[in-house]
Design a protein around this ligand. Structure first.
Ligand code: UDP
Ligand code: MG
Length: 328
């Protein structure tokens, strides 16, 4: 088995690629690196072109002729960073997996310390951009994101969304990502019982091009957080979530209706002009609906899930069997 797979998601990063390749292989060819590999040997680099329109894929294909360790997955359209990482995870054959950004902000010089830390017995080592080289418009919202995620998830990480992270294969194989969930990988991993830690890493300013994430990411991030909470806590028991709410609503509605009925029978108060009657009816209907949603969820969750694939334009240097796993 290959010791290490490096996954690089890239979207219109053509200018950065030559320097990225140089720095990447400087670290990977370093004779000190195999010491961090454990019993396995060798590495591969999976470049996932997320629908670039600037010819990034052509450049990667050229790079393969010089470095056969490079593999290419190229999407037909821009699916987003989560999808790019997810495809990389599915194609990875390494015992340990490292993800890094293509924009030269992450430093391959950190590979060795990350892997050494991983081998101390962790399933995931997340990079921590201690001295972050980004404009305030990125660092400020990011502080907010990190502190709220820390608060709600209860995981004491400083930097959830660093592009540079190292994983054990078993953790990566268990992930089923969608939306913009790459930000919450540490949360998902932690909730599933994997050992997660972080380590300060060097960070560089963006040299070419510009950031691919705008203000829209905050809203998407909020919804993804909700689904992560639901998935990690209730996915395998939807009835606990919907059933409890449904039962509460139904019982309250039932009590109200009972009260209105008894009041009519014993005190002869008319039913028709009482607003509380409507509340009672509403709560009963709502209760039944929530309950059946839980029941449907329960039926769905007992079926094995099949995760969606991606429209792949081309791949290079990858086994056919792996390619089949990626496609729609
Ligand atoms: N990226 C991607 N698909 C996207 C957006 C970004 O594959 O839709 C890649 C991008 O090319 C880069 C990494 O994800 O390699 C991080 O993106 P970026 O540097 O723009 O994020 P930032 O560092 O500004 O948070
Ligand atoms: Mg960047």
């Amino acid at each position: 088995m290959t010791a290490l797979t490096v996954i690089v998601p890239l979207f219109n990063e053509r200018e950065s690629l030559p320097e990225l390749k140089r720095r990447l292989f400087e670290a990977l060819d370093n004779p000190a690196l195999p010491e961090s590999f454990g019993e396995h040997t060798g590495f591969e680099v999976i470049m996932v072109d997320d629908g670039s329109t600037d010819g990034s894929a052509d450049l990667v294909r050229e790079m393969i002729t010089e470095r056969p360790e490079i593999r290419l997955i190229s999407f037909r359209r821009n699916y987003g960073k989560t999808a790019a990482l997810s495809a990389g995870f599915r194609a990875a054959s390494g015992e340990m997996v490292i993800t890094m950004d293509a924009d030269l902000q992450d430093d391959p010089g950190e590979f060795r310390p990350l892997l050494m830390k991983l081998r101390e017995g962790y399933d995931m080592v997340s990079g921590w951009k201690l001295e972050r080289k980004d404009p305030l418009s990125k660092t400020l919202p990011s502080k907010l994101f990190n502190s709220s995620t820390r608060l709600f998830s209860g995981i004491p990480l400083h930097d959830f969304n660093c592009g540079l992270k190292a994983y054990r294969r078993r953790l990566v194989a268990s992930l089923d990502l969608h939306g913009e969930m790459h930000r919450y990988i540490p949360v998902i991993a932690h909730w599933n019982g994997y050992r997660v830690t972080e380590m300060p890493v060097r960070h560089h300013p963006r040299k070419y091009g510009k950031s691919k994430f705008g203000a829209a990411r905050f809203f998407a991030g909020l919804f993804d957080f909700l689904s992560v909470m639901f998935i990690t806590r209730y996915l395998r028991r939807p009835m606990h979530f919907f059933g409890m709410m449904g039962l509460g609503s139904f019982m309250t509605g039932l009590l109200i209706s009972l009260y209105v009925t008894l009041d009519k029978l014993m005190n002869h108060r008319p039913v028709s002009n009482r607003p509380i009657l409507f509340l009672g009816i509403l709560l009963i209907i709502l209760g039944v609906q929530l309950f059946s949603t839980g029941l449907l969820g329960e039926m769905l969750s007992t079926r094995p899930a099949r995760s969606a694939g991606y429209a792949v334009r081309e791949t290079a240097n990858l086994d056919e069997e792996i390619v089949r796993k990626l496609e729609v």
